[in-house]
Design a protein around this ligand. Structure first.
Ligand code: MN
Length: 365
């Protein structure tokens, strides 16, 4: 039996060491005999020719000899994250957040349509799907410290850099550097974030944990999901103009404890991944193997397409009722958030999931 591989990751069986694997159907294929490694990084660094060669070898692999059922393997963080950057690329999300936080101002800041807004996150706290998320504590206001009361998710799509650069990456050279796509949950403590983020942006409200899916889907496996990018007005600077602007049509779904709460489309993003990569290197900043950049919260035009509880509950003013009758403004201890995505052709990008655990009682000394 042969089937096309859809994603790569790192898994172990029993007490065995982590090794590279390919997801084929519901099986994890051991790649030790083709590319021995305990993380994706050596493969990421090897570049597009090697990525394609491995893909071709995989399509001919004997599944009975080299594979394990997915249910019997343990997944690890697929790559060592070098730097982590998070963008803010959905006009719908940015507009909603602007309306919530600045009801008397204009929803979008004046720079928003001129450049992809982003911030540098914390690479060391990127964890693999399935890792439990402990409710963080932090400063909540003047003289106030404690566990966040506004713990949120952000449904995002992440891009994994393979080939380094020693300077700017031209927008049309995206595929020479980026290996593939994963799903990201940018966990956010809204009360901490709101108090600390002026004037320099997110810090403790985001840095406690970011979850990524265990499987990374190579870009070339997503060709069928490519669609023309939405028009942009005003026209961006030349370094942000692709010869043929493209986007990825991925249908995201967000579930809380199994109940769907949102279904945004990635094709609705204003800024695209190639623009983000060109932007983050345009000043000469270098790229490293394992760099991760995420899209920003994926939200669509309708209320059922909002990619965070901040928007879904309008910062707690409009509690969400789940099908089991319970209500949510923000996440409660014990809640499990699962984000999935599929292409128009039905290829699954897997999932990124995490369960909230109570905050630690440790206090700063
Ligand atoms: Mn985010």
């Amino acid at each position: 039996m042969t089937q096309s591989p859809s994603a790569l990751g790192v898994f172990s069986v029993g007490d065995g060491p982590p090794r590279l694997g390919a997801r084929i159907g519901d099986r994890a294929v051991d790649l030790t005999h083709l590319f021995p490694a305990s993380s994706l990084n050596p493969l990421l660094a090897a570049g597009p020719a090697v990525w394609r060669e491995l893909h071709d070898q995989l399509t001919a692999i004997d599944l009975d000899k080299h594979s394990h059922p997915l249910s019997g393997v343990r997944m690890h963080r697929p790559f060592e994250v070098a730097d982590y950057v998070d963008f803010y690329a959905s006009e719908h999300h940015a507009t909603n957040v602007g309306r919530i936080f600045r009801p008397d101002g204009t929803p979008l800041h004046p720079n928003w349509k001129h450049l992809p807004i982003g911030y540098h996150g914390r690479a060391g706290t990127v964890v693999v799907s399935g890792t439990e998320i402990r409710r963080p504590s932090g400063p909540l206001g003047p003289g106030e410290f404690g566990p966040t009361r506004k713990l949120d998710f952000e449904a995002e799509v992440g891009f994994v850099v393979g080939v380094p650069s020693d300077g700017p990456v031209r927008i049309d050279d995206f595929a020479d550097h980026v290996f593939g796509v994963c799903l990201v949950n940018d966990w956010s403590a809204r009360d901490v974030q709101r108090w600390e983020a002026t004037p320099l942006g997110p810090f403790l409200g985001k840095s406690f944990a970011t979850s990524v899916s265990a499987w990374v889907v190579p870009l070339h496996a997503l060709d069928e999901a490519r669609v023309p990018a939405p028009p942009q007005d005003p026209q961006p600077l030349p370094y942000l103009r692709a010869a043929r602007p493209w986007a990825l049509d991925l249908a995201l779904q967000v579930r809380i404890n199994g109940h769907q709460v949102s279904a945004p489309r990635f094709a609705d993003m204003y800024w695209t991944a190639d623009q983000q990569l060109a932007h983050l290197t345009v000043n000469g900043a270098t790229l490293r193997t394992g760099d991760l950049f995420a899209s920003g919260t994926v939200s669509g035009p309708s209320p059922a397409q909002r990619g965070s509880l901040l928007e879904l509950s309008w910062d707690g003013q409009e509690p969400l009722t789940l099908p089991d009758g319970s209500t949510r403004t923000y996440l409660e201890d014990g809640d499990t958030v699962t984000i999935t995505a599929t292409t128009p052709g039905g290829l699954s990008l897997g999932e990124v999931t995490g369960t909230i655990r109570p905050h630690s009682w440790r206090r700063p000394t």
